[in-house]
Design a protein around this ligand. Sequence first.
Ligand SMILES: [Zn+2]
Length: 274
Amino acid sequence: MPELPEVEVTCMGLTPHLIGQKLSHFWSSGKPLRQPVPVNALLHVSNSSILAVKRRAKYILIEFQSGKLLIFHLGMTGNLGIFAPNTPRRKHDHLEWQLESGSLLRFHDPRRFGLVAVLNGNNKQEVELFFATSGMEPLSSDFTADYLQHAAKRRSIAVKPFLMTSQIVVGIGNIYASESLFHAGIRPDKSVQLLQEREWQRLVEAVQKVLRHAIACGGSTISDFRNASQKSGYFQISFHVYGKAGIPCSECGATIKKLTLSGRSSFFCPHCQH
Ligand SMILES: [Zn+2]
């Protein structure tokens, strides 16, 4: 499943191809995604220049001069990429526009859990409502130890599922939660009530370090975005604990353990994490 770093890198990759361009020749496979495709709204994003490509949570936002926002979520298997003119469509291509450059913007999604929507960006309420359940951006300056400590008040939950709650902080999936807790030296099953201020501080720093590292790894493939965009899956990041049960910890040599928390596999070093 594409995570926050993959979505961020997709935005970075799309930006130079899309800025200043207009979309035309809209095509749809006619198949629904997670929700029905709003074909009429998608036809009407044509003929206005693209000003910016941004990420919010795990959504890609394409901003038009008209104020319209074209929004994509990649779901489980979605991919939004740029293709050379006249590249034949493949199975599972669902949406396509032509750019003025002749290149094609295509949304491909075998499992069709992705989402496409058009919002009126001039209508603040409409935009706020759309993102009402999306919590804090982990790479923003407002993502602080204070914020997390406050959000954890009166909750009895382990820190790992807490970190994966998108109403609190967006975009931290199972892998990045496991890796962040390793870097912070905190056991995934520790109750949020037991975390000290300095541990929250370490957690904020670890989350940002892990996400920035993943984005940098993905960013290194951007010069060849056209090809990169046709692949999917995780970047080739070397994980410290995720998927490493039974293997010696890279820091201390103790055996990495696995436990299940809120139904998700969690990996940790019993020596490095407390
Ligand atoms: Zn260790």
